[in-house]
Design a protein around this ligand. Structure first.
Ligand SMILES: [Cu+2]
Length: 520
């Protein structure tokens, strides 16, 4: 599929072009007076700490998935989901070498599970759909934190229900510390100079309840909203007390892209990507963060000026389509809107200078790949679901496709629990060549590994993409080559997932599973 005709597109959307004008668009250009709510900082949870025999540190966490209500909009309380609270969950903080012992109790009224996104954990504790926890059930993964310091997160990964469950609040941040990163003297006081920012967009019904997947186009481009929130705070401001602040940004939205920047165009430093610190701080003015990705930024606010973190239109070109498809792409790429106002206080505390070197990462080259595995991301533009497996929410084979038809797949296969897509040999380092054979952005996530980007469309990646990553975005028609190692855990039965992190695409089949075994 190399092009989409207008007729195919309208069929796929099931609507007239005029209907596209009502696509969710984020309200633009809020004025400073709109930032009325202090930024909520998720509670920090370092677990119950104990020393095992031999001095091994163990942290016991208890996470209760529960129903709640939250006050986001003037219409009244919104029914939400949370972890140990009404919306989102605590930030779990622990250190490399710790054993994590996590009791997960599901009390949300339907099956769920938590996936430890970016953490290297054995397959059976990964929290993919294979570990589904029944309502009122519990699950107790135990594993050790064995990788470099990073900003990670946890979220629902329930089969076909990840989108709605994350949208309603089943997600939280994790901060992994280690000695080398602590020695750098980076801002690390949680909520003071080290700020978690979970970026999400929401849409509400007139009665104040969350509006999920009700509009044409929602399935196609994923659920977008018109109200921005950070850590569950609408119209947030943060009062900085230090001359620089570290922002741990997590794109926790279902589908929205953020091209983060500041309203005065100031430069910032990116210091980390998904899997941890970059080798050196990378000065930037804009940075694309797509669903599932994390970045850590250092922002200098020593001038004392109020500044607004915002999202700018994507610079990336995208294939030009006529009519309705252009409208859809504009919704994904073309908007600019405010996210958070930062208000430096008087007498800012001066922090140590930013180190010139942050980490030493092993050099990577394509020679290191023992084999190449190709992953082609597909979207169906027709009216059939293809494999007959069903694209997720019901079997749409032969149907017109409801909100937008089509299916989402990888290498032509729609995710199904009964099919192992790939088999990998323990200890192997592979090249995964991922081709986005669609016109829109997809963030590609691999469980159980932190990979490196070898190249993008044949060209070495820019500095901000040279660190460890677990989620990489591909613009329309792009190809990335990833160097992925599977050195730690083998399992003959339990798989890891790889998938698009636009949750509506994942839920509808743009996902596969792989086994890592001794014999491959
Ligand atoms: Cu996708």
């Amino acid at each position: 599929m190399n092009s989409v005709t207008r007729r195919q597109l309208l069929k796929m959307l099931g609507v007239s072009a005029a209907g596209m004008m009502s696509l969710p668009v984020i309200a633009r250009a809020q004025t400073a007076s709109n930032f009325v709510n202090p930024l909520l900082i998720p509670p920090l949870d370092t677990g119950t700490f104990m020393q095992e025999e031999g001095g091994v540190p163990r942290r016991r966490f208890e996470l209760n998935l529960q129903k709640g209500t939250s006050l986001f909009v003037p219409q009244g309380e919104t029914a939400t989901l949370g972890i140990n609270g009404n919306y989102l969950g605590p930030t779990l903080r622990f250190k490399r070498g710790d054993i994590l012992d996590i009791q997960v109790n599901n009390r949300i009224g339907e099956e769920s599970v938590l996936h430890w996104h970016g953490l290297h954990v054995p397959q059976r504790f990964d929290g993919g759909p294979m570990q589904s926890i029944a309502d009122q059930g519990s699950w107790n993964p135990v594993f050790d934190a064995r990788q470099p310091a990073a900003t990670l997160w946890y979220h629902s990964h329930a089969m076909h229900k990840t989108g709605p469950q994350v949208y309603h609040g089943l997600a939280g941040m994790m901060i992994l510390d280690d000695d080398p990163s602590a020695a750098l003297d980076l801002p690390s006081r949680y909520g003071i100079d080290d700020i978690p920012l979970i970026l999400q967009d929401k849409r509400f019904k007139p009665d104040g309840q969350l509006d999920y997947m009700s509009r044409y186009g929602d399935m196609m481009i994923g659920q977008h909203g018109d109200i921005m929130m950070v850590n569950g705070t609408v119209s947030p401001f943060f009062e900085a007390r230090t001359d620089k602040i570290r922002l741990r940004i997590l794109n926790g939205s279902n589908a929205r892209l953020f091209n983060v920047a500041f309203n005065d165009g100031r430069e910032f430093l990116q210091i980390a990507s998904d899997g941890g610190l970059l080798e050196k701080p990378v000065p930037l003015k804009r940075l694309m963060v797509t669903p599932g990705e994390r970045v850590e930024l250092l922002v200098d606010v020593s001038d004392g000026q109020t500044v607004i973190l915002r999202s700018e239109p994507s610079e990336n070109h995208f294939p030009v389509f006529q009519g309705a498809f252009s409208e859809l792409m504009r919704a994904m790429h073309g908007e600019s809107f405010d996210i958070l106002e930062i208000r430096p206080q008087t007498n800012l505390e001066r922090l140590p200078p930013v180190p010139a070197v942050l980490a030493s990462l092993p050099a990577v080259s394509a020679d290191m790949g023992m084999r190449t595995r190709r992953m082609r991301l597909n979207m169906g533009f027709g009216s059939r679901s293809g494999s007959g497996q069903g694209p997720g929410l019901g079997n749409r084979t032969g149907q017109g496709g409801g909100y937008g038809g089509g299916h989402f797949s990888i290498n032509g296969r729609v995710m199904t629990m009964s099919y192992i897509n790939e088999r990998v040999k323990l200890g192997d380092t592979e090249i995964w060549e991922v081709l986005n054979d669609t016109p829109m952005v997809h963030p590609f996530h691999i469980h159980g590994s932190q990979f490196r980007v070898l190249d993008r469309n044949g060209v070495p990646p820019p500095a901000q993409q040279t660190g460890y990553k677990d989620t990489v975005h591909l613009h329309g028609r792009e190809t990335v080559r990833l160097l992925v190692s599977f050195t730690e855990f083998a399992d003959d039965m339990y798989t890891y997932m790889y998938h698009c992190h636009t949750l509506e695409h994942e839920d509808r089949g743009m996902m596969g599973q792989f086994l890592v075994t001794e014999n491959g």
